[in-house]
Design a protein around this ligand. Structure first.
Ligand code: NAD
Ligand code: IPM
Ligand code: MN
Length: 355
């Protein structure tokens, strides 16, 4: 039996997570999947109620007992400093050493590709975002805060181990999935110290994968190329901050954030707990209105099932969502007029029928 911790979180998080849970429960009933769900109360409501964000006892239990976490989103205007969101999200990404944030950029409908003359087949790549280092580590400080002389510093931390393992994960993914090209994006022209490490490591690792075409681009040019001609990319690997940014750009190529799924994994040891979440945030203006697109959450549940060794469901979920889009059985952001629950129900019913 594999245990999955479920954290709806804030804003639209609980709404999109609830339907992803329905999908998992439906598959458990129909196919006898050996999974057990464990709902956790983590997020802004809890923080505002009792001041706790991600208690150590819960974090330890997830690490010890769970195969995966399914997470909705974190971020609530009532907590403007977002301290709970960082404690929980980074508590999992850093705390469980989930160094690979795998974010597929795949369009499921021609209609959703915003580029002139391009179709869904032109948008199929995956971003390997380093998930435990970079400017996200919180090294730095504030000095003379609130005065005219104040200073704010976040250091960009890059270790050989951290850089090498995410680059290797990207190449391993390419080999495993028959992809021919890995592109690394950094800013080594400007950040010559930290990012020279990326460039040198990339060249060294690439030399050990002779069958894969290795290409380096600066991240600003990557943004240009992703829009001009997305067909030139199979696997992109980059640091934490750039990966965050280019995957929102990638989401735009997929039809918006409601379509972008992700996995946070310890790529070299898949037996460790992993975390699955849509790329989107808590979208406060949509929260509680049955307006949020549930597809990114359903696709993330599909990635979770593949990770747990239940092959086939991820493809089925993806194909069913593609037909939902084809028939406009979807939410407004992707051209339909259904609510979150109805769009999800359309997909879940068909996935369960075909599973
Ligand atoms: P956001 O992703 O919540 O929203 C950006 C835009 O995308 C908005 O226009 C929103 O309406 C739209 N959108 C997002 N998800 C959608 C969905 N499922 N269906 C339809 N439209 C959708 O990003 P933001 O507005 O910059 O941030 C809101 C909060 O979420 C902030 O607190 C931010 O820190 C947090 N956040 C959390 C995560 C996470 O938990 N992993 C990710 C991103 C942002
Ligand atoms: C994401 C989000 C987070 C990040 C925020 C909420 C800290 O944007 O998961 O993409 O930057 O990683
Ligand atoms: Mn983001």
């Amino acid at each position: 039996m594999k245990k999955i911790a479920v954290v709806g979180g804030d804003g639209i998080g609980p709404e999109v997570t609830r339907v992803a849970v329905q999908l998992l429960e439906g598959l458990r009933e129909k196919k006898g999947l050996p999974i057990e769900l464990w709902e956790l109360d983590l997020g802004a409501d809890r923080y505002l109620r009792d001041g706790t964000t991600f208690p150590k006892e819960i974090s330890d239990r997830i690490r010890a007992e769970c195969a995966a976490v399914l997470l909705g989103a974190m971020g609530d205007p009532r907590v403007p400093g977002l301290e709970h969101a960082r404690d929980i999200l980074f508590g999992m990404r850093f705390g469980y050493d989930l160094y690979a944030n795998v974010r597929p950029v795949k369009a499921l409908s021609d209609r959703l590709v915003p580029l002139k003359g391009r179709a869904a087949k032109d948008v199929e790549m995956v971003v390997f975002r380093e998930n435990t280092e970079g400017v996200y580590v919180g090294f730095g400080g504030q000095f003379k805060k609130g005065t005219p002389d104040e200073i704010g510093i976040n250091e960009d931390v890059n270790t050989r181990k951290g850089v090498e393992r995410i680059i290797r994960a990207a190449f391993d993914h390419a080999v495993k999935h028959g992809k021919k090209r890995v592109c690394m994006a950094d800013k080594s022209n400007a950040m010559a110290l930290a990012h020279e490490l990326w460039l040198r490591t990339f060249k060294e690792v690439a030399a050990t994968y002779p069958g894969i075409e290795a290409r380096h681009v600066y991240v600003d040019a990557l943004c240009l190329f992703m829009i001009q001609d997305p067909t030139q990319f199979d696997v992109i690997v980059t640091n934490n901050l750039f990966g965050d940014i280019v995957t929102d750009l990638g989401a735009a190529l997929q039809g918006g954030l409601g379509m972008a799924a992700s996995a946070n994994i310890h790529a070299s040891d898949p037996s460790r707990v992993a975390m699955f979440e849509p790329v989107h945030g808590s979208a406060p203006p949509l929260a509680g209105k049955d307006l949020a697109n549930p597809f990114a959450a359903l696709l993330s549940a599909g990635m979770l099932l593949t990770h747990l060794g239940h092959a086939g469901y991820e493809d089925l979920i993806e194909r069913t969502i593609a037909s939902a889009l084809e028939q406009a059985q979807c939410t407004r952001d992707v051209g339909g007029d259904l609510g979150t629950r109805a769009a999800a129900a359309w997909v879940i019913e068909r996935v369960l029928a075909d599973a």
